[in-house]
Design a protein around this ligand. Structure first.
Ligand code: ARG
Length: 459
């Protein structure tokens, strides 16, 4: 058992208590941030004359050597320590002697862990933003190639109106772009440095908190020492934003699963991104999409777990907060994997344009356009709606569709139908006439695509 305290204790910690209390099993992944934070702290102690320049240099060299050795694998993080902070400090003292014992001057593990976690999370937020950008680039590439790929649009999972694959994917572009904006926004709010808050009430040493904040790339120091060691809002915001990313990925996955089904066959998932069945040789399953959909529940769980951990905690630090790490790490890892795999799957997927167009022709997706056609001939919309309703019913009975029904038969339902109805209800004109901003017609889509490409070039 290796711990940083013990002076006021007369008995050894019970072994189970020690194991229950220890966090090194999961907080060892903070080792780089722990060393980086300690180096900044020590530089500041040296600048302020709290440590001599020589002591400062010895500690920095010692920490640098630990960093190099963990990196190269020469030094293995030893799980018998209570946490990563204890490990680094113990190795430092072992390497440089008494100077190592001065590292923790004017610092508590409470502000130390608050700092480490913030530094680590900051990288995760940036990484998520970059992965989202890669996904957006794939989406834009597919959009550019599919401005004329007609497909049915759905409401209630019933065919509604025709649109294009570019337009459908554009909806996801919007979602993932907002997800990126959320990441960038979180980054701004969280980027303040808690180091120097001490256990909860600052310290009596003349620390220069602006200096450490600057060394570590923060906007400045946090302004309340109690809040600094108790705040996990930034993690909750991040887990909430990650949950939204997963919700978007999950909806997209669900669509891919539906499109990949035998009934639809709108897409074919690349062999590299599908799996087979151990018993049914014909199977090619969309497991990646299903797993992404499934793992969404897990990320929501991480968010709810952390919200619940925090809800009843009095100020300031409580050990409950150690529970922030496994939930946060699980969410970070899960979302990262899901984004990478989903992007790879989407990048290699084949869209069956023929199947999509064929499906868009069926299911009376042009019924609204037939009604609009009658409106163009002077029929009030409500009346037009009712006429086309009867026309659809007639087609269903005859097992046919509006676009191929002979004009004489249409005229039996309304004398206002003329030869030009066929052009008005063709798939192409149903889509291409929709030109309002945000609509699927090519003219409208090209403008939006230009905005998306500019956005990706500039961000
Ligand atoms: N492992 C602890 C955590 O993650 C470090 C802080 C310990 N602080 C304390 N007062 N026991 O929260």
């Amino acid at each position: 058992m290796a711990q940083l305290w013990g002076g006021r204790f007369t008995k050894e910690t019970d072994k189970l208590v020690y194991a229950f209390n220890a966090s090194i099993g999961f907080d060892k992944r903070l080792w780089q941030q722990d060393i980086e934070g300690s180096i900044a702290h020590v530089k500041m102690l040296g600048k302020q004359g709290i440590l001599t320049t020589e002591e400062m240099q010895r500690i920095i060299d010692g920490l640098d050597s630990i960093r190099a050795d963990v990196e190269s694998g020469r030094l293995v993080i030893d799980d018998s320590f209570e946490d990563i902070h204890s490990f680094v400090e113990a190795v430092l003292t072992e390497r440089i002697g008494d100077a190592g014992k001065k590292l923790h001057t004017g610092r508590s593990r409470n502000d130390q862990v608050a700092l480490d976690m913030r530094l680590y999370t900051r990288i995760q937020v940036q990484m998520t933003d970059e992965l989202l950008k890669e996904l957006l680039s794939v989406i834009v590439r597919i959009m550019e190639e599919n401005l004329d790929t007609y497909m049915p649009g759905f409401t209630h999972l019933q065919k509604a109106q025709p649109l294009t694959l570019a337009h459908h994917l554009g909806a996801y572009f919007e979602m993932f772009r907002r997800d990126r904006l959320r990441m960038q926004d979180i980054l701004k709010r969280m980027n303040y440095c808690p180091l120097g808050a001490g256990a909860l009430a600052g310290t009596t040493y003349p620390l220069d908190r602006d200096y450490t904040a600057e060394l570590l790339g923060f906007e400045g120091p946090t302004l309340n020492s109690m809040d600094s060691v108790s705040d996990r809002d930034y993690l909750i915001e991040f887990l909430s934003a990650l949950s939204t990313v997963m919700m978007h990925l999950s909806r997209f996955s669900e669509e891919i699963i539906i499109w990949n089904s035998d009934e639809y066959r709108f897409v074919e998932i690349d062999d590299a991104y599908s799996t087979g069945s151990s018993i049914m040789p014909q199977k090619k399953n969309p497991d990646i999409a299903e797993l992404v959909r499934g793992k969404t529940g897990r990320v929501y769980g991480d968010l709810i777990a952390l919200l619940t951990v925090m809800k009843g905690l009095p100020l300031a630090y409580n050990k409950d907060m150690q529970e922030d790490k496994e939930t946060a790490f699980d969410a970070f890892d899960t979302v990262k994997d899901c984004l990478i795999l989903f992007t790879g799957m989407l990048d290699t997927i084949k869209f069956r344009k023929d199947r999509m167009a064929e499906s868009a022709m069926k299911g009376f997706t042009n019924a609204t356009d037939a009604a609009d056609y009658l409106v163009g001939k002077g029929v009030p919309f409500r009346e037009a709606h009712s006429i086309v309703g009867r026309l659809v019913l007639y087609c269903i009975e005859k097992n046919t569709s509006i676009d191929v029904l002979p004009l004489e038969e249409m005229k039996k339902i309304s004398g206002r139908f003329e030869e030009d109805i066929y052009d008005a209800v063709s798939l192409k004109s149903c889509v291409e006439k929709r030109l309002t901003t945000g609509a699927p017609g090519r003219g409208a889509m090209e403008k939006v695509l230009a905005v998306y490409k500019d956005y990706l070039n500039g961000n």
